[in-house]
Design a protein around this ligand. Structure first.
Ligand SMILES: [Zn+2]
Length: 337
């Protein structure tokens, strides 16, 4: 699953933006709204030099330091609109000599890391989010870049997307409506009139994979492509614990009772600002009763006969299902079943 890469040091302040922008080795992630602007093939555009005049005349709403990785600072820039066609470098590969060495940033479209199947990654344009840009460039929602960008870069782009969306939606005070100011010593914006301070929003959500003996329960959400299944998931309500949310969602969506909750792991998921907390739980009582407003189907699967799952190597959902399936198979072998 995509996570910020090992050794990535998150920056919280905002004191050195001008200096970071001037550095030739600063890695830049450029967004217009929620669309990431990148070369559609060849080495990713990463530095000021790679973007050429693209950064010069465009109107920004945010320039947000992200952190440092492998000695290079990363910076997210949010544009209000797609730049004019003439602002783009004429070819997508004019400045490959300035791109990062291939050892740390494989070319876009290169072989994905182990476990990723390119057939699982929707091609750009199939989401209806790709915009018309000069040849060699593309602006598209993050999901359509998964599997085409190096994993580390894709994970940093998820962080960038979330922070830019926070900046975009907090330009004015939510209480009194005057323009906010970005604080320099921490990641927050503050209202100069009433003092209201706003931090990047993080919305906890839980995911649970229910097991029953050797079987596991997977559901097909109404928003999924036909035939795709995943673990159950839902957002927390205000005032609710993660455990209470888990029991509530399981009861609402499939009408079951569970026990023996076990924490599996978590993942930041910037669509637009979720933090997914993943669990397993064991069936306790009840027969599956699907909520048709949420789910197309839900059923028990054998661990060695799983259906189509979300794209590999991207979300925690796949990691949760595969790790649990391996555990169930191993347990049943040990039990001599
Ligand atoms: Zn205010």
């Amino acid at each position: 699953m995509l996570q910020l890469p090992h050794g990535f040091q998150i920056s919280a302040g905002n004191t050195a933006v001008a200096a970071l922008l001037a550095r030739p080795d600063t890695h830049i992630l450029l967004f217009a709204g929620q669309k990431l602007i990148q070369r559609s093939e060849g080495p990713p555009a990463l530095t000021r030099h790679d973007y050429g005049a693209l950064l010069d005349g465009a109107a920004w709403h945010a320039c947000e330091p992200l952190g440092t990785w492998q000695g290079r600072p990363w910076l997210a820039i949010g544009l209000d609109a797609l730049p004019s066609t003439g602002a783009f470098p004429s070819s997508g590969t004019t400045s490959s000599n300035h791109a990062t060495p291939a050892t740390s940033t494989p070319a876009i479209g290169s072989a994905p890391s182990a476990g990723t199947s390119t057939t699982d990654i929707p091609a750009s344009g199939t989401h209806g989010t790709a915009a018309s840009l000069p040849p060699g460039w593309e602006a598209a929602g993050l999901r359509s870049w998964f599997g085409r960008l190096p994993d580390g870069m894709a994970a940093i782009a998820m962080q960038a997307s979330q922070l830019l969306e926070w900046q975009r939606t907090h330009r004015w005070c939510g209480a009194c409506g005057v323009p906010t100011q970005r604080l320099t010593h921490e990641r927050a914006v503050q209202c100069p009139r009433c003092g209201l301070r706003s931090y990047p929003r993080i919305s906890p959500a839980m995911m649970v994979l229910i097991t029953r003996g050797r079987q596991l329960l997977l559901a097909s959400n109404v928003s999924f492509p036909e035939g795709r299944y995943s673990a159950l998931a839902g957002f927390l309500e205000a005032g609710e614990s993660v455990e209470a949310a888990l029991h509530r969602e399981v009861a609402e969506e499939v009408g079951l009772q569970v026990h023996d909750l076990r924490y599996f792991g978590s993942q930041s998921w910037p669509f637009p600002h979720a933090l997914m907390l993943a669990f397993t739980a064991e069936w306790l009582a009840g027969d599956i009763s699907v909520d048709p407003a949420e789910l197309r189907d839900a059923r028990w699967f054998e661990p060695d006969a799983l259906p189509d799952l979300p794209p590999a190597n991207v979300s925690i959902s796949q990691a949760l299902v595969e790790a649990t399936a391996r555990r169930l198979v191993k347990r049943s072998r040990c039990a001599g079943e």
